[in-house]
Design a binder for this molecule. Structure first.
Ligand code: NAP
Length: 332
């Protein structure tokens, strides 16, 4: 099969499109013919070997990529059937580990990928492979913060940081279309701000040009927000945390901009706040997300498509951080 692999960690130039042996499904796996894969920030980290993703020498050549959708070609003894359209939950753990497809086992930047049968979710013809592949790794944490852990209600207001990120674009939709709450999106350029409004955000703050604290206070009439969705970590933590209303919740799923912050413990108890982290989500949760997409309630924001052989260009684009939503690799 054709695949995009790395022989060593490094910058995007280490991505090589080449012939690789077909994967051999292990007990409990199904073999999927990949039609589309979606990039995530983790792919950049794994390519570079940073943030806990460094591979031992015996793991090379390594195939990156978690999110993917395609057709089952070998169902093994799983009960699924060959030809079935599916999307893969790339989270390989049981809720305690961080194991991911494309980091901890060979991934989806390939014509074929072997994945645990328990991680596939059927997809109807109403979703394209590209749309399906764009769902798991951004909608699972967004849904976990807003719905599972954040228990947001329709009368509340959310603040979505890094609104242009894959996770941010998913969070805007979970807040608006699944919960029906108010959404304030925070991003960095006028073009991204327009795209966030078009996706459904009620208000947008361009932090490069506006004061976030002042704007949130204006929008919420001084009350603050009920839930913060934070994929970026150190960038705005202190500012956004201080903007929580009494009984507010702060959900973290990423640290793109850094790990360390100062936490004002006085606010935590005085306002009865909750601070929590999430990592991915379960395959039943992905089934619910796919169902919402099939019913047209949510739709992934797809920014650009590249053929698998051009994964290097896709990585360079994601590193520039000028995108709004998802970057897709298409596989013929
Ligand atoms: N816990 C989980 O389950 C989980 C799942 C998926 C992703 N994540 C994490 O969530 C974060 C977002 O992932 P993603 O795939 O959605 O990312 P992405 O699409 O690459 O996000 C890029 C955006 O993040 C913002 N950003 C903030 N600081 C940045 C920096 N120092 N460098 C580059 N961009 C920065 C910018 O948005 P603005 O211009 O709008 O500010 C940028 O456009 C990552 O840290 C990722 O590891 C966690």
């Amino acid at each position: 099969m054709k695949a995009t692999i790395i022989q060593r960690h490094g910058d995007p130039s280490v991505l090589t499109f080449m012939e690789m042996p077909d994967p051999v499904p292990q007990v409990g796996d199904v073999l999927v013919r990949v039609r589309a894969a979606a990039l995530n920030r983790l792919d950049l980290y794994t390519r570079a070997g940073i943030r806990g993703t460094r591979l031992t020498a015996d793991r090379f050549p390594h195939i990156l990529g978690g999110d993917c959708a395609g057709d089952i070609v070998d169902a093994g003894a799983s009960g699924w059937r060959a030809g079935q359209r599916v999307v893969v939950n790339p989270y390989l753990g049981d809720g305690t580990s961080l194991a991911m497809l494309g980091t901890n086992r060979p991934g989806s930047y390939a014509e074929l990928v072997a994945v645990p049968a328990a991680n596939v979710v059927p997809v109807s013809d109403s979703l394209s492979y590209e749309q399906a592949a764009a769902l798991p790794t951004v909608f699972l944490p967004a849904h976990a913060i807003v719905v599972r852990e954040g228990r947001m209600s329709s009368s509340e207001t959310a603040l979505v940081l890094s609104a242009s990120s894959g996770v941010g674009t998913a969070a805007i939709q979970v807040v608006k279309r699944l919960v029906g709450a108010k959404c304030i999106a925070v991003t960095s350029t006028p073009a991204k701000a327009d795209a966030a409004l078009a996706l459904g955000a009620d208000h947008v703050i361009n932090y490069a040009a506006e004061d976030m604290t002042q704007r949130v206070k204006e929008i919420t009439k001084g009350r603050g927000v009920d839930l913060v969705i934070d994929p970026s970590g150190a960038q705005f933590f202190e500012t956004a945390y201080a903007l929580l209303a009494p009984h507010g919740r702060y959900g973290v799923c990423g640290v793109t901009a850094g790990y360390e912050v100062t936490l004002h413990l006085g606010l935590l108890f005085a306002k009865r706040l909750s601070l929590f982290g999430v990592f991915m989500g379960s395959t039943p949760e992905l089934r619910d997300i796919v169902g919402a997409a099939e019913r047209g309630l949510i739709r992934p924001a797809i920014h650009a498509r590249h053929p698998l052989r051009d994964a290097r260009l896709a990585h360079e684009a994601m590193e520039r951080a000028e995108h709004f939503g998802k970057i897709i690799l298409t596989v013929d």
